[in-house]
Design a protein around this ligand. Structure first.
Ligand SMILES: *Cc1c(COP(=O)(O)O)cnc(C)c1O
Length: 400
């Protein structure tokens, strides 16, 4: 075991190999999918590792250990969705506790907070987490944590994990980071001072749009124990088959993300030269605070590119005329997906909230896949070429 670990010092190797298996009697190179809900007790008072699969399953536990190793944490937990993971994490707090949250976090997380956790008397204050003064000012005597996403969705605003963790530590708060957009390949928040990392593993970790899953990783043992209690006690665990799909997805994370990154850079370059495009949101574009923070704290600018078409160009027409890039929500998979946030992912926001969040009718979000970039660019080009400029509609003008 020691010698195997010595050969696994590099992150990309860890992705492929994970921890070695010692319970495998067949020589199989992959952990088996243990489809067993229950386990034999040799004796009534035997101390068994596994007794019931909600409490522990060898396939799921393998993935959980792998996630803990990749995020440089001590314990990982796999859930039946990203929201189930976030629910379990926020459930470590008690009624009356206050949490500072990013003001543009994932919509489903907002819904969970506003329509569920507030009923259980957790308190929340939304702030722009890039604004460190605003974060400081939002801290109250009953504040227990700061929760945010390093890259926001869909405008890719970047928050410094280091700076937020520093503020949190000074006030004895936990720092919780949703690392879905970056993955441990591009950023390991625990190394930058965070206490808990969560993921929608449905996105890049799974990577193939074929499984819904969630993850939480922690360093501290006391927090791990509370989180394990919630995982087992509430019971939204990841199935053995789905655990295997995430395990398999993770093995190719480095090669997939390298291609996502290079494709995204090429697409940004292409869009910068198109007269129909008004503005591009991508942390890899120099000259912004987002670029500075991302350059200092990540190993890449991610695979999501958002952009606005100029007023008068219809985004609906643009996305519907694409032939290769598919119109769908979700992100982080091998295939490129495009969507209109105001109509699709962020449709739950009122027009006023959309406006305040910068989500205009001209905004498009592209999850860049790993296809040949020439085909992706040709598809974007043919759809842009078909657009004819019209007088801006009233809503477009208001919306800008
Ligand atoms: C998709 C997503 C979630 C929710 O995860 P599910 O797997 O859909 O439950 C949470 N956070 C971010 C950033 C996401 O993109």
């Amino acid at each position: 075991m020691e010698s195997e670990e010595m050969h696994m010092s590099e992150f990309d190797t860890k992705l492929v190999h994970g921890k070695s298996q010692h319970d495998n009697q067949t020589g199989a190179v992959n952990v088996p999918i243990y489809n067993s809900s229950t386990y034999i007790f040799p004796k009534v008072d035997s101390k068994v590792t596994w007794d019931y699969s909600r409490s522990g399953n060898p396939t799921r536990n393998y993935l959980e250990d792998q996630l803990a190793a990749l995020e440089n944490g001590n314990r990982g937990f796999a859930f039946s969705s990203g929201l189930a993971a976030i629910h379990a994490v926020l459930s470590i707090f008690s009624p009356g506790d206050h949490i500072v949250i990013g003001d543009t976090i994932y919509g489903g997380t907002f819904r969970l907070i506003n329509q569920f956790f507030k009923r259980w008397h957790l308190e929340f204050t939304e702030v722009d987490t890039q604004d460190l003064k605003a974060v400081e000012n939002a801290i109250q005597p009953n504040t227990k944590a700061i929760y945010f996403e390093t890259f926001t969705n869909p405008l890719l605003k970047v928050t410094s994990v280091k700076a937020i963790s520093k503020i949190a530590k000074a006030h004895k708060l936990l720092t919780i980071v949703d690392n879905t957009f970056l993955t441990p390949y591009l950023q390991r928040p625990l190394d930058l001072g965070a206490d808990i990392v969560v993921h929608s593993a449905t996105k890049y970790l799974g990577g193939h749009s074929d499984v819904v899953a969630g993850v939480a990783v922690v360093k501290d043992k006391a927090i791990a124990d509370r989180l394990y209690f919630n995982q087992n006690g509430v019971g939204s665990v990841l199935s053995p088959e789905d655990s295997n799909l995430i395990r398999r997805g993770i093995q190719t994370l480095a090669v997939r993300l390298d291609r996502h990154l290079s494709n995204a850079a090429k697409i940004v370059d292409f869009l910068q030269h198109r007269p129909e495009v008004a503005k591009i949101y991508y942390p890899g574009i120099k000259g912004t605070k987002d670029y500075e923070i991302a350059t200092a704290e990540t190993n890449g600018y991610g695979g999501i590119v958002s952009f606005e078409l100029k007023k008068g160009f219809k985004t609906t027409e643009f996305v519907e005329n694409l032939k290769l890039i598919q119109l769908a929500v979700s992100l982080g998979a091998v295939e490129s997906l495009i969507e209109l946030p105001y109509k699709m992912t962020h449709a739950e926001l009122s027009p006023e909230e959309q406006l305040a969040a910068g989500i205009t009718h001209q905004l498009v979000r592209l999850s860049v896949g790993i296809e040949d970039p020439k085909d992706l660019i040709a598809d974007l080009a043919q759809s842009l070429d078909q657009l004819s400029e019209t007088e801006p509609t009233e809503v477009e003008s208001v919306n800008k």
